[in-house]
Design a protein around this ligand. Structure first.
Ligand code: ADP
Ligand code: MG
Length: 624
C-alpha cells in the first residue's frame, strides 16, 4: 500500500482555521478592530453593509505596513506581535496568532490599503479565497483600511447559516461596544448601510460608558477603584436598583481585553449579595490590570476566556472593592460628569476648600476601637448595663466624615442628586469647641430607629443592625490584627459544655483569644475564663458562647465561611444594642458616626440593610 497522509494545501488549511476564527461577520469586526488598535491608531472607523454580509471595513490611522509586510500579513502564522513562545506571557497586543487576516482572506474578498507615516505612497492588495488578485502601489492616507466583502462566498453552508441582519448586527454592535469600552482613549465611528450608529471622540471612561449606554446611565454608576500589587481595578458598577434582568451590562476587561469569567462574575454577585432582587443581574464595567505574566490568554481561539495564575486572590480583591464602593454609594453624591478627577473614591476630599482645615477622613477610623481601650482604663466596671460601649462616647464628630462630600457638592451643578448631610452639621462651632451643646441632630423612633435629616431628605438607621455592623467590623479587625484589649474578671468564670460544644469552642479558642477572651483552663467539659473583651459584661459571657455554638452548628459552611468571620458575627449579634433600648442623643449620634466609619456601612453582618434614606422628592410624592 502507498502512504496516504498528505499535507493540506495552504488555502484548505486556512479555510479550516477560518472556521475557528471567523464564525460570523462580528468575528471579522473584532479581528479588524483589534488589528487597528494594535497598530496604535487613535481614530478608527467601522463601516458595515447588510450586517456585515456584504461589507465589513475598518479604517485606521495607525502605523501602516510596508509593501512586504502588507503581503506577508495574509500568510498564516505571520505576525509582527510575537517572536517566540515566551512572548506569549508578556503580551501587550490584542493579536498574536497571526491567523486572522489569513483566515479572513481564505473565505472572503479582501481589499487592503495601507501606508506608513513616512512613506509617500502606499500598497493596495486584493485577495479572494487566499488567492492574490492584485497588488499595486497606491495613493492612500496614512494608516490601514481593510475591506472584507462577500464573507463565506466560497462556503455556502456557512453563509446560509448566518442569522437575520438584525441578529448579525446585534453581534457586531456587541463586539464594537466591547472594543470601544476597552479603549476610551480612541475615537470610534460606526456606520451601517450608510447611517451613523456611533461616533465617539477620545474621552474618559465614564463618558465612554455613558455614550454607549445612554445618558441615563450616568447617575447609575458607582465608581470602583482599587490598587493592589497584584491587581488594579477601575471602573464602575451599577447601583443595585438599576440592575437588569439580562446580563447585557456586564463587562470585564483584563489589560484592555474583553473577557468572560463566570468566576469573577461570581465575585461581583457576592459583593451585591442581598442587594439585588431575584433574577436580576448587576451591571458592571470594570477594568482589571494585571501583570501580563500572570495570565494566559492562549486557551481560547477567540480569546474571550483567559486563565489567571491566582484567581482566588483576584476574586477576593474584586469582591471587597465592589462591596466597599457599594457601601459608600448611598451617601455619595452623583459625581460631576465633566470632571475626570472626581472619579476617585467618594471620601476623597482633594478639592475640599480650606474652611475646615484639620479634619482628616480616615477610612479605617473606628470609634469603637478607641473607645474600647479608653473605657478599659477608666472604668472596667462589671456594670450590668448592656450599653457599656456607648457610655463614654466622646462628642461625636460624624459630620467630619462628610466633609469631602459636602464641599464637593458645593461646587457641583444643580442637576446633581445630593445625599450629603445638611449644612448645619458642619458649623464651625462643633469643631472649635467640643463641649458646646449641639442642636439636636438625631432622634430615636420607637426605640428602634435613629432618624436624622439629610440635605436631600432623611436618613433612618436601624439601631440594632447598625450596631451589629460596627461591632462586627471591630471584632473582625481585632481578630485579624490579633491585638484586642481584654478586661480581667475579678472572679474566674466557670462554664460547662457538652463534648460537642467543647469541640466547637476549642476550635475557635485562638480567635476568641484575639477578641480579648482569656481562658485559664480548658478541661473536658468545663472552661475557666479569666478575661473577657473590653465592653463585654460578665453577665453576657455565657450567652455569647452559647450563641456562638449555635451559630456554628447552624451555619452551613459555605465558600465565605471562616471561623473568625462567624465569631465576629455572632459576638456582634449578642452584644449589639437591641431594639427597645433607649439611646440618648450622644449615643445616637455616636452610633451613626461609627456606622458610617465602617467599611460597609449599608448592610448588617447578616446582609440586611442598616439604613434607608428617603429623599424630599419621595416625601413630596407621598403628599400628592
Ligand atoms: P495578529 O494580529 O495575530 O498578528 P493578523 O493576521 O491579525 O495577526 O495580522 C497579521 C499582521 O499584519 C499583524 O501582526 C500586523 O503586523 C499586520 N497588521 C494587520 N492589521 C494591521 C493594521 N490595521 N495596521 C498595521 N498592521 C496590521
Ligand atoms: Mg490580529
Amino acid at each position: 500500500m502507498t502512504d496516504i497522509i498528505q499535507l493540506l494545501p495552504d488555502h484548505v488549511a486556512n479555510q479550516i482555521a477560518a472556521g475557528e476564527v471567523v464564525q460570523r461577520p462580528a468575528s471579522v469586526v473584532k479581528e479588524l478592530l483589534e488589528n487597528a488598535i494594535d497598530a496604535g491608531a487613535d481614530d478608527i472607523k467601522l463601516i458595515i453593509k447588510e450586517a456585515g454580509k456584504t461589507l465589513v471595513q475598518v479604517i485606521d490611522n495607525g502605523k501602516g505596513m510596508s509593501v512586504t509586510d502588507a503581503r506577508l500579513s495574509f500568510e498564516r502564522h505571520a505576525t509582527s506581535k510575537i517572536k517566540s513562545a515566551e512572548d506569549l506571557f508578556q503580551l501587550n497586543t490584542k493579536g498574536f496568532r497571526g491567523e486572522a487576516l489569513a483566515s479572513i482572506a481564505a473565505i472572503a474578498h479582501v481589499e487592503l490599503k495601507t501606508k506608513r507615516p513616512d512613506d509617500e505612497l502606499g500598497t493596495a492588495i486584493e485577495i479572494e479565497g487566499s488567492v492574490v488578485k492584485s497588488q499595486e502601489v497606491t495613493v492612500t492616507p496614512t494608516g490601514t483600511s481593510v475591506a472584507v466583502k462577500n464573507l463565506f462566498f466560497n462556503i455556502p453552508a456557512r453563509r446560509n447559516f448566518l442569522k437575520s441582519d438584525t441578529v448579525e448586527l446585534r453581534h457586531i454592535t456587541d463586539e464594537f461596544h466591547r472594543v470601544a469600552l476597552a479603549h476610551p482613549g480612541i475615537a470610534f465611528a460606526f456606520y451601517h448601510n450608510g447611517s451613523e450608529l456611533f461616533n465617539v471622540p477620545n474621552e474618559n471612561y465614564r463618558q465612554r460608558v455613558v455614550h454607549i449606554f445612554g445618558n441615563k446611565t450616568n447617575e447609575r454608576l458607582v465608581p470602583v477603584e482599587e490598587d493592589t500589587e497584584v491587581l488594579k481595578i477601575s471602573g464602575f458598577v451599577g447601583k443595585p436598583e438599576y440592575s437588569k434582568k439580562t446580563r447585557s451590562e456586564q463587562f470585564f476587561f483584563v489589560n484592555q481585553r474583553f473577557i468572560k469569567s463566570p468566576y469573577l462574575n461570581h465575585a461581583i454577585s457576592a459583593a451585591f449579595e442581598g442587594l439585588l432582587k431575584d433574577g436580576y443581574h448587576a451591571s458592571y464595567f470594570l477594568n482589571l490590570t494585571v501583570d501580563p505574566k500572570t495570565i494566559d490568554i492562549n486557551i481560547h481561539p477567540t480569546k474571550t476566556e483567559i486563565k489567571f495564575d491566582d484567581e482566588h486572590t483576584l476574586y477576593a480583591i474584586l469582591r471587597s472593592a465592589v462591596k466597599h464602593s457599594l457601601g459608600q454609594f448611598n451617601i455619595a453624591p452623583v459625581l460631576d460628569f465633566e470632571q475626570q478627577s472626581s472619579f476617585d473614591t467618594p471620601y476623597s476630599y482633594k478639592d475640599k476648600a480650606g474652611k475646615v482645615p484639620t479634619i482628616e477622613v480616615d477610612r479605617s477610623f473606628n470609634p469603637f476601637a478607641d473607645e474600647g481601650s479608653s473605657s478599659g482604663s477608666s472604668s472596667s466596671s462589671k456594670s450590668t448595663s448592656t450599653t457599656t460601649s456607648f457610655k463614654t462616647a466622646p462628642a461625636a464628630n460624624w459630620e467630619s466624615l462628610y466633609v469631602g462630600l459636602e464641599s464637593k457638592s458645593n461646587t457641583k451643578h444643580d442637576n446633581d442628586v445630593e445625599l450629603s448631610f445638611e449644612k448645619e452639621y458642619k458649623t464651625e462651632t462643633i469643631f472649635s469647641d467640643a463641649s458646646v451643646e449641639t442642636s439636636k441632630t438625631t432622634f430615636q423612633l420607637q426605640q428602634k430607629y435613629i432618624v436624622s435629616t439629610l440635605k436631600s431628605g432623611m436618613l433612618i438607621v436601624d439601631q440594632n443592625r447598625a450596631h451589629q455592623r460596627v461591632l462586627y467590623e471591630s471584632f473582625l479587625k481585632h481578630i485579624t490584627i490579633k491585638e484586642a484589649t481584654s478586661q480581667q474578671l475579678l472572679f474566674p468564670l466557670q462554664l460547662s459544655f457538652t463534648p460537642n460544644e467543647m469541640n466547637i469552642i476549642s476550635g475557635l479558642k485562638e480567635d476568641l483569644e484575639h477578641t480579648g477572651f482569656v481562658f485559664s483552663n480548658v478541661k473536658e467539659d468545663t472552661i475557666t475564663i479569666t478575661g473577657v473583651p473590653v465592653g463585654v459584661p460578665e453577665s453576657e459571657v455565657s450567652i455569647i458562647l452559647e450563641q456562638l455554638i449555635s451559630d456554628v452548628e447552624n451555619d452551613v459552611p459555605d465558600a465565605s465561611f471562616s471561623a473568625a468571620d462567624l465569631l465576629a458575627k455572632s459576638m456582634a449579634k449578642s452584644l449589639a444594642i437591641k431594639n427597645g433600648q433607649t439611646l440618648n442623643n450622644t449615643e445616637q449620634e455616636h452610633l451613626v458616626n461609627s456606622l458610617f466609619a465602617c467599611k460597609e456601612p449599608n448592610i448588617s453582618p447578616a446582609n440586611r440593610p442598616t439604613f434607608i434614606t428617603m429623599s424630599t422628592d419621595d416625601i413630596e410624592k407621598k403628599f400628592m
